[in-house]
Design a protein around this ligand. Structure first.
Ligand code: AP5
Length: 210
């Protein structure tokens, strides 16, 4: 199954995509993670992406379209994949339609005030890619999975989060109608206090894999 995870920043796309990846044995392809890896490696592409990411703006379409097109050629994508954070503009969606067959676009929906609270407490592991929230870490500052020191993403600063939400509303939310019109859209409405497991159960039910 080839799935897109749509939704605003901080809705839980990455967290839920990782669970689905483990259950179905298909890769989670996160353009955000790939761009951050390129930044960390100091590649030319990573360095040029940095100023957009740090400001909460979108990286130019041509850059991300090229990354995803290459990644989908890999052997591990043959049995399906989860696109997490791509496409994010109508132009990206149109390009994707030229080189991939999508089965479902899953819209992970969550209210803005919950998003702002969540992103303020998010901590990530740059070594293994784990994502946590301070409310579940009990003061711990290292990664429960690999022991690396957890860090806060620069674009999780409150002003940048506000900008990311505006960018989402202007440039990415139109994809809800886009995939609705293609008959591919399914929505998972996440309640403010629902646990990750409760939200994942909704994902399974919506995808018909429960
Ligand atoms: P990206 O990394 O894709 O960021 P995003 O879409 O803004 O999404 P996030 O990673 O912030 O959130 P998420 O929905 O995955 O939530 P998570 O599971 O972490 O992109 C970053 C930047 O890269 C972009 O701004 C842009 O510059 C660039 N970029 C990337 N793709 C691009 C593209 N296609 N085109 C152009 N530019 C692109 O959860 C959030 C927090 O909530 C975590 O702390 C988590 O532990 C916690 N949490 C999750 N579920 C629950 C729950 N049920 N209860 C309590 N806490 C929870």
């Amino acid at each position: 199954m080839n799935i897109i995870f749509l939704g605003p920043p901080g809705a839980g796309k990455g967290t839920l995509a990782q669970l689905l990846m483990k259950e179905k044995g298909i890769p989670q392809i996160s353009t955000g993670d790939m761009l951050r890896q390129a930044m960390k490696a100091g590649t030319e592409m990573g360095l040029s992406a940095k100023r957009y990411i740090d400001a909460g703006e979108l990286v130019p379409d041509e850059v991300v379209i090229g990354i995803v097109k290459d990644r989908l050629q890999a052997e591990d994508c043959k049995g399906g994949y989860i696109l997490d954070g791509f496409p994010r503009t109508v132009k990206q969606a149109e390009a994707l339609g030229q080189f991939a067959r999508i089965d479902v676009a899953l819209n992970i929906a969550l209210d803005d005030e919950v998003i702002i609270r969540r992103l303020g407490g998010r901590r990530v592991c740059l070594k293994c890619g784990g994502t946590y929230h301070t409310s579940t870490l009990n003061g711990r500052e290292d990664c429960p999975a690999c022991g690396e020191k957890l860090v806060q993403r620069k674009d999780d600063a409150p002003e940048t989060v506000k900008n990311r939400l505006s960018v989402y509303a202007a440039q990415t939310a139109p994809l809800i109608d886009y995939y609705q019109n293609l008959g591919l859209l399914k929505t998972v409405q996440c309640e403010p206090h629902a646990t990750v497991d409760e939200n994942y159960a909704k994902v399974q039910k919506t995808l018909g894999i429960a």
